[in-house]
Write a protein that binds this ligand. Structure first.
Ligand code: NA7
Length: 537
C-alpha cells in the first residue's frame, strides 16, 4: 500500500467497482473532498475477483457500460454480445485511467467499522490497517454480489486438493489439465465454469442441488454496423433504457401466454430461444405473474433440455421443477447442456444422493448408493451473501450507537434503497429496496450515483450538513417493495433475491421489482419536493 487514505473528507466512498468509481468521478468534478477505499488490489469490484474460466456478464455489452461520457462511449470497442470478464476489467481499467481515478483510491484496504459522531455530524471509518478517516458523508458502493459464500458442508477444510470459490478465483489461474475436478453449484457461475472445466480436466463431476432454468446466451462477435448505429444515437438509446421497467430494451408483449394457441406459443418461445438471452421472460405479459402462464414457459425449457441432452435420465435430473421459471435469476448458457453429453462429465443429483461430507480425497455422498467421488480440485460455485452481505460485514454504528446489523436483523429496511433511518449521511449504491439487481445494473448505478451526488450538492448549496431518512417513509417504502413483489412469482423461488441461499438469513424479498423507470420517477419526485422523506438540517 503506498500510503493511508486522507484523514478528513467530505465524502468517503467504500468500494471501487462501477458504482464507487462513478461516485468518485462525479463528486470530484463537483469539487468535494472525496476518496475511495477498496479492499482489492485494483479497481473492478466483482470483475476483479470473478476470474474463473468462462466468467461473463449476462447483460449485453452495449448496455453494460457507462453513459455519462459520450467520449467514453465513442472510444470504447465492445467485441462480443455478452462481455467476458477480462474485457469488462479492461473497460473498468480504461475508465480509471481516462479519468485519473486511481490517485484518489486507497487499495488493499478494507473498511471494518463506521461510527457516526452525533455531535460532529460526521462518520469515522476504521480500516483493517488501523487507519482512521473522518467524513461528512459515506457512500457504500460495496457491491450486491461481492461476499462469496462457501457451502456449509462438513469437512471442507479437510480436502487435500485445491479448493477455489468462483467468486475469489486465483489471479494466475488454476491448471486443471489431467485433473479430476468437482464443481458444487449450478447457478450462473457454475453454468459458465462447467463447460470450460470439462474441456480442460481429465474428469468433471458436477454436484447439483437445484436444477436452474437455463436458456442459451447465443453469444457472438458484435456486428460493427450495429455498434456504429447505436453509438451514433447512444444517449437516446440509453434514455429508453432509463425509463424501461428493466433498464433494458426488452420488448414487453401485452398478450397472454394462457390465451395463446399451443403452436403459436411454441413458435414465439422458439424464436426467443434461437435469439438467446433473458428476454424470453417477457415473451408474454403473464409469464412473471401467473403460475399457469409461467408453467407453459417452464415446460418449453424442459422440452429443450430433453432435446439437447442425450441420456434421458441425465436430462431428467437437469430439469427444473417445483418453482417458477425466472423466480431465481434466469441463467444464460454457452454449451452447458451439451457438456453433459461428454463421457468424462458426470452429474450427481444431490436430491437423490446428498453430500455427507468432504474428505481429504474427495466428496462423499450418501443416499441409496453411498460413494466417494475422488477429486484433485474442488470448485465452489455456491454464490454470494447477496445485497446485504458486504454492507453488514462493516460494523456500522449510527445514531445512539445503534448497530445496522441489529436494525436489519429481520431483513434490510431502506428508504428508496438509498438510505436507512438512524444512519444519517450514509448512502447505499445498488442497495436492498432498489431495483438494481433485477435491472441492467449499470443503468441503476448511474441513477443512484447521480441522485446521491445531486443530493449532496443540494445540501451543500443550502448550507445543510445532515440528511436522514424519515422512519415512516422508510416503513412505507418497505411495504411498497413487498406489495409489488407479492404481485409477481419472484418470491416463490428459493433465491438469493430472498436471502434463501444463506442459512439463517432472514427471508425477505430484497429487490424493488416495480420497474427502473417508475423507481427513477419516484426518486426524481422526492428530489423535486426538496427531498421529501429526508430529515435535513
Ligand atoms: P447462485 O445463483 O446463488 O448459485 C449458487 C449455486 O450453488 C446454486 O446452484 C445453489 O443451489 C448451489 N449451492 C449453494 N450452496 C450449496 C450447498 N451447500 N450445497 C450444494 N449446492 C449449493 O450464485 P452464482 O454465483 O451462480 O450467481 C449469482 C449471480 O451472479 C447470478 O444470479 C448473476 O446475477 C451473477 P440452490 O439453487 O441454492 O439449491
Amino acid at each position: 500500500r503506498p500510503g493511508p487514505p486522507p484523514g478528513e473528507l467530505d465524502v468517503l466512498v467504500v468500494g471501487a467497482g462501477f458504482a464507487g468509481l462513478y461516485a468518485l468521478y462525479r463528486l470530484r468534478e463537483l469539487g468535494h473532498r472525496v476518496h475511495a477505499v477498496e479492499a482489492a488490489g485494483d479497481v473492478g469490484g466483482v470483475w476483479y475477483w470473478n476470474r474463473y474460466p468462462g466468467a461473463r456478464c449476462d447483460i449485453e455489452s452495449v448496455d453494460y457500460c457507462f453513459s455519462f461520457s459520450d467520449e467514453l462511449v465513442q472510444d470504447w470497442n465492445w467485441t462480443e454480445r455478452y462481455p467476458s470478464q477480462p474485457e469488462i476489467l479492461r473497460y473498468i481499467d480504461h475508465v480509471a485511467d481516462r479519468f485519473d481515478l486511481r490517485r484518489d483510491i486507497t487499495f488493499r484496504t478494507r473498511v471494518t467499522a463506521l461510527t457516526f459522531d452525533e455531535a460532529a455530524g460526521t462518520w469515522t471509518a476504521a480500516t483493517e490497517h488501523g487507519d482512521r478517516v473522518t467524513a461528512r458523508h459515506v457512500i457504500m458502493a460495496t457491491g450486491q454480489l461481492s461476499v462469496a459464500k462457501p457451502p456449509e458442508i462438513e469437512g471442507v477444510g479437510d480436502f487435500a486438493g485445491d479448493c477455489h470459490h468462483t467468486g475469489n478465483w486465483p489471479h494466475d489461474g488454476v491448471d486443471l489439465t489431467g485433473r479430476r475436478v468437482g464443481v458444487i453449484g449450478t447457478g450462473s457461475s457454475g453454468v459458465q465454469v462447467i463447460p470450460q472445466i470439462a474441456r480442460q480436466a481429465a474428469h468433471l463431476t458436477v454436484f447439483q442441488r437445484t436444477p436452474h432454468y437455463i436458456v442459451p446466451a447465443v453469444n457472438r462477435p458484435l456486428d460493427p454496423e450495429y455498434v456504429a448505429d447505436l453509438k451514433s444515437r447512444f444517449e437516446e438509446y440509453r434514455e429508453q433504457a432509463r425509463n424501461h421497467p428493466g433498464g433494458t430494451h426488452r420488448v414487453l408483449h401485452e398478450d397472454l401466454a394462457v390465451e395463446a394457441a399451443p403452436e403459436e406459443l411454441r413458435a414465439r418461445l422458439e424464436e426467443y430461444w434461437r435469439r438467446g438471452g433473458p428476454d424470453i421472460q417477457a415473451a408474454y405479459r403473464d409469464i412473471t405473474r401467473d403460475p399457469a402462464a409461467n408453467d407453459r414457459a417452464a415446460e418449453f425449457v424442459r422440452s429443450k433440455i430433453r432435446e439437447i441432452v442425450r441420456d434421458p435420465e441425465v436430462a431428467e435430473r437437469l430439469t427444473p421443477r417445483g418453482y417458477p421459471f425466472g423466480s431465481k435469476r434466469l441463467v444464460l448458457e454457452i454449451g452447458y447442456y451439451e457438456t453433459f453429453n461428454r463421457d468424462d462429465v458426470r452429474l450427481v443429483d444431490l436430491r437423490e444422493t446428498p453430500i455427507e461430507r468432504v474428505e481429504p480425497e474427495g466428496v462423499r455422498t450418501g443416499g441409496a448408493r453411498p460413494e466417494l467421488h475422488r477429486l484433485d480440485v474442488l470448485v465452489f460455485a455456491t454464490g454470494f451473501d447477496a445485497l446485504t452481505g458486504a454492507v453488514l460485514k462493516v460494523d456500522i454504528r449510527g445514531r445512539g450507537g445503534r448497530s445496522l446489523r441489529d436494525k436489519w436483523s429481520a431483513g434490510p429496511r431502506t428508504y428508496l434503497g438509498l438510505a436507512t433511518h438512524g444512519f444519517p449521511n450514509l448512502f447505499f449504491m445498488a442497495g436492498p429496496g432498489s431495483p438494481s439487481v433485477i435491472s441492467n445494473v449499470l443503468v441503476s448505478i448511474e441513477q443512484h450515483v447521480e441522485w446521491v451526488t445531486d443530493h449532496l450538492e443540494y445540501l451543500r448549496k443550502n448550507g445543510l450538513t445532515r440528511s436522514e431518512a424519515v422512519l415512516e417513509k422508510e416503513d412505507a417504502w418497505v411495504e411498497h417493495v413487498n406489495d409489488v413483489a407479492a404481485q409477481t412469482l419472484y418470491p416463490r423461488g428459493n433465491s438469493w433475491y430472498l436471502g434463501a441461499n444463506v442459512p439463517g438469513k432472514p427471508r425477505v424479498f430484497m429487490p424493488y421489482v416495480g420497474g427502473v423507470g417508475r423507481y427513477r420517477q419516484i426518486c426524481a419526485d422526492v428530489a423535486a419536493r426538496d427531498y421529501d422523506g429526508f430529515d435535513l438540517s
